[in-house]
Design a protein around this ligand. Structure first.
Ligand code: HPA
Length: 291
């Protein structure tokens, strides 16, 4: 029998709880080429996505598919190494199932990362960008369907019509900028525009997206952020520019290059995210004790 998304997510959360005792407080979703960050997890319990009931499994090369629970610098984390995308044929409900499970597991904040094409010409390949806002041009919305208030993890969350005006947390972005400055890593802010994919864009599309106000283009993130905000989770989004978007440089876009840039930028990415974790965790914990 088909059960509703909440019941399925709750069952997955229960199955994860039975295998890893500590409750994670912070979710980290690793984008294409950024999977190596998972090595930073100590006291790790790695669970294959295939072993979690209802969890969707990726078909793309470069997304290995494990949920890793443990600690990084003392922060209890749940790290998603790999994610599924709508272009693989998954429904929005399936794409966002993991984020909902992580919310139900106890994560009150999420760091969502991705590989993106650079539209803003001040970026170059390898630039890390803090996402300030997004434009959802995928033509769908992960919160479609009957509203499910049981997904709320905070008072006031779980509404039918929920606010997206500060989807990417201003205070977490401020922490990211301060940390990037300490580490002398450039971290511009940018608007992420999401397309369905799987084709890369045409140069005309990229010119149009620039006029719409986009700095980055990619095929993930927005739906996960939608359900995270519906639940009341706080979000920090970090993009790695793996290539300049179509038409900006006279060169075709190649998925292998996207993966290679990810590996090369891994050190900066790891240093930045790792140092941020205790800061994000304490910001979020203060909230919980105040509330
Ligand atoms: N377009 C869309 N998605 C992407 C790109 C791009 O150029 N690079 C990495 N993900």
């Amino acid at each position: 029998m088909m059960t509703d998304p909440y019941t399925r997510a709750a069952a997955a959360a229960e199955s994860i709880r039975s295998r890893a005792r500590e409750r994670p407080t912070l979710a980290i979703i690793l984008g294409s080429g950024l999977g190596e960050f998972a090595r930073e997890v100590e006291n790790a319990t790695a669970i294959d996505y295939a072993e979690i009931p209802g969890w969707p499994i990726s078909t793309v090369e470069g997304h290995s598919g494990k949920l890793i629970l443990g600690t990084i610098l003392g922060v209890r984390v749940a790290v998603m190494q790999g994610r599924v995308h709508a272009y693989e044929g998954y429904s929005m409900n399936e794409v966002t199932f993991p984020m909902r499970v992580l919310g139900l597991l106890g994560c009150t904040a999420a760091i969502v990362t991705n590989a993106a094409g650079g539209i803003n010409t001040s970026y170059s390949t390898g630039t890390l960008v803090s996402i300030s806002d997004h434009i959802n041009l995928t033509g769908s919305n992960a919160a479609l369907g009957p509203n499910e208030p049981r997904f709320a993890i905070k008072p006031g969350a779980g509404q039918r019509f929920f606010d997206m005006s500060t989807a990417y947390s201003p205070r977490l972005r401020a922490l990211a900028h301060a940390e990037a400055e300490r580490q002398k890593i450039p971290l511009p802010e940018g608007v992420y525009l999401a397309v369905l994919g799987p084709s890369f864009e045409t140069p005309a599309e990229i010119r149009a997206f620039r006029k719409l106000g986009a700095d980055l283009v990619g095929m993930s993130t927005v739906h996960e952020v939608l359900v995270a905000r519906h639940m009341g989770m706080e979000v920090l989004g970090i993009s790695l520019v793996t290539n300049m978007a179509a038409g900006i440089v006279a060169q075709p876009i190649d998925h292998r290059e996207v993966m290679e840039i990810g590996r090369r930028a891994a050190v900066q990415f790891t240093n930045l995210i790792k140092a941020l974790l205790p800061q994000v965790a304490s910001a979020v914990a203060e909230d919980a004790s105040a509330g």
